[in-house]
Design a protein around this ligand. Structure first.
Ligand SMILES: Nc1nc2c(ncn2[C@@H]2O[C@H](COP(=O)(O)OP(=O)(O)O)[C@@H](O)[C@H]2O)c(=O)[nH]1
Ligand SMILES: [Mg+2]
Length: 287
C-alpha cells in the first residue's frame, strides 16, 4: 500500500543517517501516535537503538481513547519501555519529559558529577514515522528558545542542537523511519490516521475499514454522527457507505463521502477513538 514511499535505498539511507545521529545522543525519544501505538512504530527501531536510553512518547492523546492510552502505557512499561503520554498540540511536555529523562539517565549523570563534570546536559533525538508529530513535539519543547548551537567538537557538521530551558538539548532534525506497511490492516490504520500520503491509498478502502471498525468497536458513532437508522445499519459495509453518500446529498460520489469520513476521524469529530488494543492484562485499571 505505502511501499512506494520507501524504496530499499531510502530505507538503508534513513537507517545509516539515524545510526550516525545516535552516536551523538544519550536518549532516544520515539514518537508514536496514541491512536495506533504499535502500528505507528518502526519495526527496526528497537534493534537500532540497542543499549541507548529509549523513551516512547504516545502523542496525540487528545484524539485517542483515554482508557486505552493508559492500557498501552501499562503494557509498554511492563515490558521495560518507559512511556510519556502527551498531546503536544496543546500541552507542554517539557516538565514530564525532563522528569523521566533525568530518572532514566540518573546513573550516567551521577557518574559525570563524580568525575567533576558540572553540566549535566542530556542530549536527545526524536525518531518516528511520518506524521507522528515529531516537529510539533519539538516546537513545543523548545518554544521560542531556539538557541541553535552549531558544530561542537566531534559532532557531525550541520547538526544543530535545540536548547530547552533546562538541561536537555535535542537534535534539530528528527529521525524519520518507515512504518510497518507490509500488513494490510496496519496499512489501513496508518492511512486512516494520516500517516500515509494521500494518493497512496484508495479513500473508499479506508472509509470501509473505518465503517467496519466503528461498527465492531464503537457502534454508536455511525448512528449518532451520521444519523443512520437501525434499518440502514443492517446493510453491508459497502451498502451502508452508499446510503451515507446519498444521505449527505453526494449522489453516487462515495469517494467524497469516504474522504469526509476519513477527515472526520482525523479531526476527532467521531470521538476519541483508538484503533488497536494491547493484550487484556494491560487493560486492568491501575491506581
Ligand atoms: N490533535 C493533535 N494533532 C497533532 C499532535 N501532534 C501533532 N499533531 C498534528 O499532526 C500532524 C503531523 O504533525 P508533525 O509535527 O508535522 O509530524 P511529523 O511528520 O512527525 O513532524 C500535524 O497536522 C500536527 O498539527 C497532537 O498531539 N494532537
Ligand atoms: Mg516533521
Amino acid at each position: 500500500m505505502a511501499t512506494i514511499q520507501w524504496f530499499p535505498g531510502h530505507m538503508a539511507k534513513a537507517r545509516r543517517h539515524i545510526q550516525e545521529q545516535l552516536k551523538l545522543v544519550d536518549l532516544v525519544i520515539e514518537i508514536s501516535d496514541a491512536r495506533i501505538p504499535e502500528s505507528s512504530r518502526n519495526p527496526m527501531l528497537n534493534e537500532l537503538v540497542q543499549q541507548k536510553a529509549h523513551l516512547l512518547v504516545l502523542n496525540k492523546t487528545d484524539l485517542a481513547d483515554e482508557r486505552l492510552t493508559s492500557a498501552w502505557k501499562n503494557y509498554y512499561q511492563d515490558n521495560g519501555l518507559p512511556v510519556l503520554t502527551t498531546d503536544s498540540q496543546h500541552k507542554q511536555p517539557l516538565g514530564p519529559l525532563l522528569k523521566i529523562a533525568n530518572e532514566m539517565l540518573a546513573d550516567k549523570l551521577k557518574l559525570q558529577h563524580e568525575r567533576g563534570i558540572q553540566s549535566s546536559v542530556i542530549r536527545a533525538m526524536c525518531i518516528g514515522i511520518p506524521n507522528s508529530g515529531k516537529s510539533t513535539f519539538l516546537n513545543r519543547l523548545v518554544g521560542k528558545n531556539v538557541a541553535v548551537t552549531g558544530n561542537r567538537p566531534g559532532v557531525t557538521k550541520n547538526q544543530n542542537w535545540l536548547k530547552t530551558k533546562q538541561n536537555l538539548e535535542i537534535l534539530d532534525t528528527p529521525g524519520v523511519l518507515w512504518p510497518k506497511f507490509e500488513d494490510e490492516l496496519i496499512g489501513q490504520k496508518l492511512a486512516l490516521t494520516g500517516a500515509i500520503k494521500e494518493g497512496l491509498y484508495h479513500e473508499d478502502d479506508i472509509a470501509l475499514f473505518a465503517i467496519h471498525f466503528l461498527r465492531a468497536n464503537y457502534p454508536n458513532v455511525i448512528p449518532k454522527v451520521y444519523g443512520m437508522t437501525a434499518e440502514q445499519l443492517k446493510l453491508s459495509d459497502p451498502d451502508l457507505l452508499l446510503a451515507m453518500t446519498k444521505k449527505y446529498g453526494y449522489r453516487d460520489d462515495f469517494d467524497r463521502m469516504s474522504t469526509k469520513i476519513i477527515l472526520d476521524y482525523r479531526r476527532g469529530a467521531l470521538g476519541r477513538l483508538t484503533l488497536e488494543q494491547p493484550p487484556v492484562e494491560s487493560q486492568v485499571i491501575r491506581p
